[in-house]
Design a protein around this ligand. Sequence first.
Ligand code: DGJ
Length: 730
Amino acid sequence: MTIEYNQQENTFHISNQHISYVVGIEKETYLVGKYFGKKLNYFNGSRYHYLYDRGFCSNPDNDDKSFSLDTILNEFPDSQSGDFRTPAYQLEGLDGDPVTRFSYQGYEIHKGKEKLAGLPYVRVFDDSQAESLIIHLKDSVRQLELDLTYTIYDDQPIITRSAKLLNLGQEPVYIKKLMSYNLDFLDGDWEVVTLYGSHINEKNLNRRPIQSDLIKIGSTRGTSSPQSSPFIGLVKDDTTENSGEAYGFTLMYSGSFEGSIEKSQYGTLRTQLGIQSKNFKWLLEPEEVFQAPEVILTYSDKGLNKLSQGFHRLFVNQVMNPQFAKKERPILINSWEGHYFDIDEDNLYELAVESHKLGFELFVIDDGWFKKRNSDRSSLGDWVFDDKKFPSGFEKFAARIRALNLKLGIWFEPEMVSPDSELYRHHPNWVIKSWRYEPILSRNQLVLDLTNPNVREYLVDSISNVIEEGEVSYVKWDMNRHLTDLYSVNLGAAQQGELSHRYVLGLYDILERLTQRFPNVIFENCSSGGGRFDAGMLYYMPQTWTSDNTDAIARLQIQNGTSLLFPQVAMGNHVSDIPNHQLGRLTPLETRFNVACAGNLGYELDLVRLSDEEKAAIKSQITFYKKYRKTFQFGKFYRLSSANDNIISWQIVSQDGNQVILIVVQKMTSNIYKVPIIHLQGLDEEVFYQNIETKEAFCGDELMYSGLTIPRMKGDCTSKMYVFEKLKEE
Ligand code: DGJ
């Protein structure tokens, strides 16, 4: 891992054993992208951007008509100097003047990396793990400094970038847009991959060619959202899961974001990700600093599986809270779909007794436990136990659960308040709303104003009390509506455009404080399922409830798309009842389990009223999962099919390579049944792998190149799971 400055060429070459990133300085002023991709030993510019005089191109140096900001590969373009593509930033003086002129000032290279104040970032535990380059740009008229930071990590195909604006002048300035990165590619012939969706339909893969136009993605909802994800992928038209080039960019940010992919008039390509600029206007006073979130950039020369595996490794090793990152996660029972709001200490205890018998490890009380919360119409914000539902008191109830050898988990939706709650009656101004209008409700609730330190204090205290009272080991952190009525009485008139971002900073502050205070509590991220499943939340919460859709067949697509970015150990997957509560589908228990195994296993149904046969099946599923848990949660994940195929197959290889698990699911049976042959991946070519059930052994090369025949699966929603173990050499 090195960062070299080549004085003669005026270039910085950032590289490790996997990738190279080269950025240069033109005319001692302008920062230009030169290369990002597979590692190069040297960069001497054999391929360069040939520039010549073109029509309608303005020239900052009038004596050099070939040089225009509209045609160069601009590393961080502004909006007012003749680059008419999408700008990376837009500033404005108090007089409305939008013109800025930043030019290169200097650089620093150092070991390790600086933390990003108040924001999540890729962690570096010691300086030998990373090296950073900070390029300083300056607008000497306004006395503004723009620092672009690049960090490269040891042995990972990863570079992170971020941008920071410092006001060293005498006058305030408005930031109307500040992206986390901008990357221009000389070769613009790519397909773009994005993730779109909706509630119970998260993370669908959308892959399409890029024409000469501008593709925009984003969220204005206050969260990263189920509708879109802060992710951009670029692939060649022949890139597959296992071959061809692929780039992936994702933001470590959980709020409104925007991203763009723009093919220019001359065929170059520009991509960006950053905070959403709609509704955003940040007043930067003299001596203040604004830090844009970090973005992760990665490259794979062998298709999308390798790209995903790069993200997965980084997320486990350097993003998740190290306290949990590599720890096996408990198998949980969650009360929601089994009981909804109809919970009390008797029916919960009954469920807990059954859970204990079947081998569960964590008992999660979902929504409905707090005062007067009998439906979704009231009580959010009043985080005290309902003594009607828990007449013996929470402490005692919690102790009874723990006595069954179960850890206790509890649900909160901290960022919300119900109008019908004590909290709202006492603090009507603690919510995001305009003082002129009645605020818009969604799921009967309002959003608390997390920019207000008193609100944050209240939440940290009230959540801490419950955690302490019940010796709680797990918190499910829900968030079930998006932000409307963007006005805060806590902010001045000039700062209202800061609200959405300050909301996210407020959330991160609360999460930082709670996770520090309760280092042994697992926080599970949830926003009506995977509505805020992003790398920013992963920094604080090591797992996420992947989707409110618990239908195993619908989950194939959702988990498949989620796996593009996130490792299995980040995904919460539950086996639920049939007919499925979201879709009404009937899926065999075996398939519900097999699909849920590709992540952190949980169950969400009323175990008590299942037949003895079903209980026995669940008991043996749990025993099986425990045996292979490490592989399920931490193994290397391969998508062997595409989300739209009728037969979906996923393969997981344990970290030591000794166990190989294959999950094969058939959505619909068919009269033109084509017997599936599955080609495994990533095996040792010369070693035998034994099927633990049939005891047949096959050499790794045969399983990969000749393939494995999957005998006919009769019926819709059927599935099979295979476990192979490497045979030790005699
Ligand atoms: C939405 C979550 O995603 C569900 O799992 C459940 O916790 C409900 N909220 C409870 O209101």
